[in-house]
Design a protein around this ligand. Structure first.
Ligand code: BG6
Ligand code: MG
Length: 211
């Protein structure tokens, strides 16, 4: 039986993955670089600068670090404009109810996100005090598929890796969790990955596996 559940944020708790896509699309279009949903899937779980590098793979031009920093900053500005509109009403009721039920059942809960905006998003959703621990892009040196963010979340919960279940929508996150010795419930695109222990059709399905 699991004692703790470690949640990814973007694409699991909320649909900010859409906003990431829209903001990157704007940058890519501006640079005349092809970008679509499939390429976007490779950005899931990956840090901001690494995401930019993936987008620039399709560019004929080479950019210097200062330019790359400008693109990443611009993307983050656009992304944060989209986040501005966010509030508690953007938290799916079924997600909130499921989180409450899991907590009532005694599970410890954590966020393990590569995002440096994680706390901003969680406060907009009124979830900042819900989780026992939040590990985000500001707390880690290596982003997913590294295991660091999951290891830190497990340590923060004072649990062993095999006592933790990770909920992920990204291939990079599934890989990182497995490297950390944790089992994974995949949602969205990640539910089809061979490495996941459970495939969630919807977030509420967690209630079936965490009894
Ligand atoms: C992850 C997203 O949660 O955070 C990635 O899945 C994103 O797509 C990463 O690149 C970093 O986010 P931020 O908010 O620090 O730019
Ligand atoms: Mg995600």
């Amino acid at each position: 039986k699991y004692k703790g559940i470690i949640f990814d944020l973007d694409g699991v708790i909320c649909h900010t993955d859409r906003y990431h896509y829209m903001a990157w699309k704007n940058i890519a279009d501006g640079l005349g670089i092809y970008f679509d949903e499939e390429i976007n899937n490779r950005l899931r779980g990956v840090s901001r600068m690494e995401s930019l590098e993936i987008i620039l793979e399709r560019s004929d031009k080479k950019y210097i670090d200062k330019e790359k920093e400008e693109f990443a900053n611009k993307k983050n500005e656009l992304y944060k404009e989209l986040l501005n509109e966010m509030s508690e009403k953007d938290l799916d009721k079924k997600v909130k109810d499921t989180l409450d039920i899991l907590k009532q059942r005694g599970y410890k809960t954590a966020i393990a996100s590569s995002s440096k905006n994680a706390k901003l998003i969680l406060s907009k959703l009124n979830l900042i005090d819900f989780f026992d621990i939040i590990i985000d892009g500001n707390d880690i040196k290596y982003s997913k598929p590294d295991k660091e963010v999951f290891e830190k979340a497990g340590i923060g919960l004072k649990l062993l890796p095999n006592e933790c279940l990770v909920v992920e929508d990204a291939a990079s996150g599934v890989e990182g969790a497995i490297r950390a010795g944790m089992r994974v419930a995949g949602i969205g695109d990640a539910k089809k990955l061979g490495d996941v222990s459970y495939s969630l059709e919807s977030f509420e399905d967690l209630q079936k596996y965490c009894i």
